[in-house]
Design a protein around this ligand. Structure first.
Ligand code: HXC
Length: 260
């Protein structure tokens, strides 16, 4: 498939997708969000890809938000449709069967922070900057930011970021749990790829079910979530990978997982 605003490289089971609009600091216009939608279908269907990494082109920016130039003259219904379109794509990304790592290489602002929050695991370069500056533009976040942010950091911290529109640096983002790993900028892709390799070394269906249990369970009450865990845990025992993983342990050898 061909893309105008995305670069896709596939190597050793990992796809690296780079959002590539460097002149606009990789801001998300509608065409790019539609391409992200297509890319998700492509990666999900590709048997040779086990893990997806999303990053931004250049050293300066992951994604500097939704494209303000494209958005500024929208009326209420058009603004709402734009939010619904991107929310749908971010939900689809969050619920992909395959694990998704955000490699945040610079500004992750507005829709950029919302994009990285829709990924499973976030690794930030030490020069990355984060924020939800929408209030400085007279709007609220519209790509899930008011909902995913308080689910990742404290409610008060989410409100502090949302109400002030202030930017925070990568160390602060790591401290508050907005990102999960902090690395020197020149090690970012190596760190993301290393994590992808590590994830590929374990049982793929078990990873997929862990993802489902966390994503679905976090929106349930505790007892319903634990019941759902019972179901996914039970399901594991129908897989060859469970037999192989435990047999390999008993035989003191490395397991060979087939993803079946
Ligand atoms: C369109 C953008 C952009 C954006 C940067 N650019 N961010 N274009 N949309 N979100 C463009 C600039 O216009 C400029 O183009 C070029 O990228 C370089 O940006 P500069 O501002 O010159 O760079 P710098 O001075 O280094 O400042 C970097 C920055 C600043 C701090 C990231 O660009 C900035 O504040 N950007 C906007 C961040 C933001 O508010 N994001 C949230 C958007 S709202 P030219 O042509 O002049 O060179 C949002 C809501 C989502 O995301 C929900 C909607 C429903």
């Amino acid at each position: 498939m061909s893309y105008e605003n995305l670069l896709i490289e596939k190597e050793n089971g990992t796809a690296v997708v780079t959002i590539n609009r460097p002149k606009a600091l990789n801001a998300l216009n509608e065409a790019t969000v539609r391409e992200l939608d297509k890319m998700i279908d492509e990666i999900e269907a590709d048997q040779d890809v086990a893990v997806l990494i999303i990053t931004g082109s250049g050293q300066k920016s992951f994604v500097a938000g939704a494209d303000i130039v494209e958005m500024k003259d929208k009326n209420a219904m058009e603004g709402r449709d734009w939010g619904i379109l991107a929310q749908g794509v971010f939900n689809k990304l969050e619920n992909m069967k395959k694990p998704v790592i955000a490699a945040v290489n610079g500004y992750a602002l507005g829709g950029g922070n919302e994009l990285q929050m829709a990924c499973d695991i976030r690794i930030a370069a030490d020069n990355a900057k984060f924020g939800q500056p929408e209030v400085t533009l007279g709007i609220t976040p519209g790509f899930g930011g008011t909902q995913r942010l308080p689910r990742l950091v404290s409610k008060g911290m989410a409100k502090k970021l949302l109400f002030t529109g202030a930017m925070i640096d990568a160390a602060e983002a790591y401290r508050i749990g907005l990102v999960d790993e902090l690395v020197p900028a020149d090690h970012l892709m190596a760190a993301a790829k290393k994590m992808a390799v590590k994830i590929q070394s374990v049982a793929p269906l078990a990873v997929q079910l862990c993802k489902s249990a966390v994503n679905r369970g976090i929106n349930m009450d505790l007892q319903s979530g634990i019941q759902y865990e019972d179901e996914v845990w039970g399901l594991c025992f129908s897989t060859n990978d469970q037999k192989e993983g435990m047999q390999a342990f008993v035989e003191k050898r490395k397991a060979e997982f087939s993803g079946k």
